[in-house]
Design a protein around this ligand. Structure first.
Ligand SMILES: C[S@@+](CC[C@H](N)C(=O)[O-])C[C@H]1O[C@@H](n2cnc3c(N)ncnc32)[C@H](O)[C@@H]1O
Length: 209
């Protein structure tokens, strides 16, 4: 784990990883503002699947009318339910205008649960995806392996190339779930040598069958 320096800066060991909740907060806010402004509502019903410290929506709440529900598998706070978001999205009947998925690694299991259980018409989804160095990340999740057609028994570690492939395959799940992509934007941030963060925003319309 990194060493605390001062009150808010952390030093990471060279080959290690420190989980930082809000790396590149400005970019995260920027892409969210773009979609909130482009598709205005009297009140935005937001489900924040990885609420963390609520840094993002704490800021946005000052500028937009927000009805907020937070989920976080590790935290409980006012307005935040302590639960794995993918479980909540599958078990609870929900509807929303905005869904925010900002985990540390891959957003896909939560994204699949959201698309497969959505009740509504128009939805804006924000995703954070991080391709990270091979030594520091877990095995690829079961749901992503299933999407790529990789047998469960095979041990596949994330690498940049595989993550890129997985990103394409996983994003396309919107179409399988009957959505039309009205608009999509991304911000890609090359970080340290092997790291790559991608922030995405998508405006979706559900074409009911
Ligand atoms: C990068 S931080 C989120 C920062 C947050 N968006 C903010 O504005 O402060 C990632 C958070 O996602 C939570 N998390 C990761 N996977 C999750 C999951 N499957 N379901 C719910 N919370 C999850 C972690 O516990 C952590 O608090």
């Amino acid at each position: 784990m990194g060493r605390m320096v001062g009150s808010h800066i952390r030093m990471a060991p060279l080959n290690g990883w420190v989980k930082t909740d809000n790396r590149h907060l400005d970019e995260k806010i920027k892409i969210r503002r773009y979609f909130l402004d482009k598709y205005p509502l009297k009140t935005y019903r937001v489900i924040d699947c990885c609420a963390g410290e609520q840094a993002i929506w704490g800021i946005l709440r000052r500028h937009y009318p927000i009805q907020y529900t937070g989920l976080d598998k590790n935290r409980v706070d006012s307005g935040v339910v302590k639960i794995a978001a993918e479980r909540w999205l599958r078990d609870v009947e929900w509807s929303a205008d905005v869904l925010d998925i900002d985990p540390y690694g891959e957003p896909w299991p939560i994204y699949f649960a959201a698309l497969e259980n959505y009740m509504g018409e128009d939805l804006t989804v924000f995703l954070t995806n991080c391709n990270a160095p091979i030594k520091t990340v877990r095995l690829m999740s079961k749901s992503v392996r299933a999407k790529l057609g990789i047998p469960e028994k095979w041990k596949i570690w994330h690498s940049k190339k595989i993550s890129d492939m997985a990103t394409q395959a996983c994003l396309s799940h919107v179409v399988d779930c009957g959505f039309e992509v009205v608009e999509a934007k991304k911000i890609v941030l090359p970080d340290r040598a092997e790291w790559c963060y991608m922030y995405m925003g998508m405006r979706l319309r559900w074409l009911k069958k």
